[in-house]
Write a protein that binds this ligand. Structure first.
Ligand SMILES: Cc1ncc(C[n+]2csc(CCOP(=O)(O)OP(=O)(O)O)c2C)c(N)n1
Ligand SMILES: [Mg+2]
Length: 243
């Protein structure tokens, strides 16, 4: 409460309960010029991103946008989604389409790297009828990868999507001279298999749909997808931060 800004009125309780009680008392906000300009600038930004995306596909890499567009087509109301912290989270917040009232769990302003795998384990335990999808960076996954052990022991069918760009990109993009932000990663699929989980790589030559179908159909335990992304592909908002 009042973590960053002092609140005039503080209400503590269940969000659904509070929101439903005050919903009828608040007049709908006027479509102010500010809101209109924000939606216009969002559209402009997204169009700019789409137009600037490289169209030639690199055999070693896919890109976050291509992958998310395919993922969108496979997610439905049977999936809960957990997102980590880093530039991959910017791609997700812009391009993952939530159309089915899926639960979407983030650490939000806390910005906790390594959040998504343990959180996905908790969500999977709390809502076992659905499948939990964790989306994380290679840096964040490396912080908590040992948690795969818990997921395997409990046969939790979580899907862990590691957006693997070989860098701590969210930090690197803000450095004038890159320092301490490149990662020498293990083979994440071999790592997952060492725990008894399943795993597959997605690069520029992979049949992404095939991998997604196998991952989403897998019921016996965790399935890790190692999505190889170029370290040079900047996330959409980084350019604003360094400007
Ligand atoms: C526990 C923790 N340590 C450090 C940070 C600062 N931080 C924010 S994003 C980031 C890099 C994330 O790298 P990665 O997980 O590979 O995601 P990418 O930005 O490459 O998509 C860092 C170090 C943080 N948010 N949380
Ligand atoms: Mg990374």
């Amino acid at each position: 409460m009042s973590y960053e800004y002092a609140a005039d009125i503080t209400v503590i309780g269940d969000v659904a309960d509070i929101a439903s009680r005050i919903a009828g008392r608040i007049p709908p906000p006027p479509k102010s010029d500010l809101i209109k300009s924000l939606s216009a600038s969002r559209l402009e930004t997204m169009t700019g991103i789409l137009e600037s995306m490289p169209v030639d596909h690199h055999p070693r890499y896919t890109n976050s946008l291509d992958f998310l567009l395919q993922l969108n087509a496979h997610l439905n109301e049977q999936h809960n989604i957990v997102v980590d912290t880093g530039s991959h989270a910017l791609w997700v917040s812009l391009f993952l389409r939530l159309r089915h009232r899926q639960r979407y769990v983030v650490s939000s302003r806390l910005g906790t790297m390594g959040f998504s795998l343990p959180a996905a384990i908790a969500v999977q335990l709390a809502d076992p009828a659905k499948k939990t999808i964790a989306i994380c960076g290679d840096g964040g996954f490396a912080m908590v990868g040992m948690e795969l052990s818990t997921a395997v022991q409990n046969r939790l069918p979580v899907v862990i999507i590691v957006i693997n760009n070989g860098v701590l990109q969210n930090v690197m993009a803000q450095q004038v001279v890159p320092f301490g932000t490149t990662l020498q990663n293990p083979d994440f699929v071999a790592f997952a298999k060492a725990f008894g989980a399943e795993g597959e790589v997605v690069d520029g030559e992979t049949d992404v749909v095939g991998v997604l179908e196998r991952a989403l159909a897998h019921r016996e335990g965790p399935f890790l997808i190692d999505v190889k992304v170029s370290p040079a592909l900047l996330a959409p908002l980084n350019k604003w931060e360094v400007a």
